[in-house]
Design a protein around this ligand. Structure first.
Ligand SMILES: C[S@@+](CC[C@H](N)C(=O)[O-])C[C@H]1O[C@@H](n2cnc3c(N)ncnc32)[C@H](O)[C@@H]1O
Length: 296
């Protein structure tokens, strides 16, 4: 397997990596091809990328929905890379104002961080890791000229490893920022992912969640959107799949903020991204210690 030149693991990252399940230390196998847990599990290193994913996701209904969505997302990403008409400048310029309002300050874990486009908003030498279950995310990145024109730093190695948001392979209390953009709606289990974010953040560390919310700022899904949604749900029964929504969780603003609060965070800012008619929200929330589960 050829070495992936877009990925690195700095020494400070090696120091905080643990087994995603036991949260105990891992050791490198003699041939350098695996990370070994203390209890019998081994994780491959593929072209230099640590593959610390845990689940096969082939069993329950939820897992199958997640997997289907993830496969569709990977297909879409690959097709974008080959026939590319996307205007990445407008994508990047569109989020500038967001990160002026909600800056990324401190050691940052970007969960579901893809190729690490968030680097556009970091200081030079700021500590940053992108983690994502999409192992081959850097395939063809160098040939994706339109993308590289806007994000030239994607050709520079980034701290990246493959894992699930629900089983983060990092020690506790080691990050100042956990960033989740357009991902909480993709996770297999958003609550577990927020529990993990809580665990790896230091006290008063910031969780930043950016996502499209159902019903927007008003929290009301208009009749037209409800009808569209109903049509979208029945189309597969007629063999039409191209409009299927593969997101796992389409939350309203209230559902989203309730979950963030229930997972031990205090919401200190909500910013609605300009140009999206108050449907895309970025939340900054601080970790509060003494989280207790509050339902019977
Ligand atoms: C729409 S993309 C967003 C990428 C990036 N955060 C951004 O804003 O450019 C959704 C990402 O979520 C990742 N993802 C899906 N399920 C995940 C999970 N369980 N844990 C972590 N990341 C996940 C996908 O692989 C994909 O890279």
């Amino acid at each position: 397997m050829r070495k992936n030149n877009f990925v690195k693991i700095d020494d400070w990252v090696k120091d905080i990596i643990v087994d995603p399940l036991s949260k105990q230390a891992l050791r490198l196998s003699g041939n350098g091809e695996y990370l070994l847990s203390s209890y019998g599990r081994k994780y491959p290193i593929i072209g230099g990328v640590y593959d610390l994913r845990l689940l096969n996701n082939e069993t329950t209904y939820d897992q199958k929905i997640w997997k289907k969505g993830q496969i569709e997302f990977m297909k879409y990403s690959r097709s974008e890379a080959t026939s590319d008409n996307t205007n990445y400048d407008s994508e990047l310029n569109g989020v500038r104002e967001v990160y002026e309002e909600i800056p990324i300050d401190g050691t940052c874990l970007d969960v579901g961080g893809h190729q690490g486009k968030l680097r556009a908003f970091l200081e030079a030498n700021q500590k940053y890791i992108s983690c994502d279950p999409y192992l081959n995310i850097f395939d063809k990145v160098a040939e994706h000229t339109n993308l590289i024109k806007t994000y030239p730093f994607l050709l520079e190695p980034v701290n990246f490893l493959s894992c699930d948001a629900e089983f983060l392979p990092f020690k506790s209390c080691v990050f100042q920022i956990v960033h989740m953009r357009s991902v909480i709606d993709h996770f297999l289990n958003p609550e577990l992912a927020l529990n993990e974010a809580y665990r790896v953040l230091e006290n008063k560390g910031s969780l930043i969640v950016g996502v499209y919310v159902n019903g927007g700022k008003q929290g009301k899904v208009c009749l037209k959107d409800r009808i569209k949604e109903n049509i979208r749900t029945v189309l597969p029964y007629f063999g039409i799949h191209k409009y299927t929504d593969h997101h796992v969780w389409r939350a309203t603003y209230k559902e989203l903020t309730d979950l963030i609060s229930a997972c031990g965070f205090e919401i200190i800012k909500a910013h609605w991204q300009k140009g999206y008619s108050d449907t895309v929200c970025y939340i900054r929330a601080l970790k509060k210690v003494e989280l207790t589960r509050n339902f019977i």
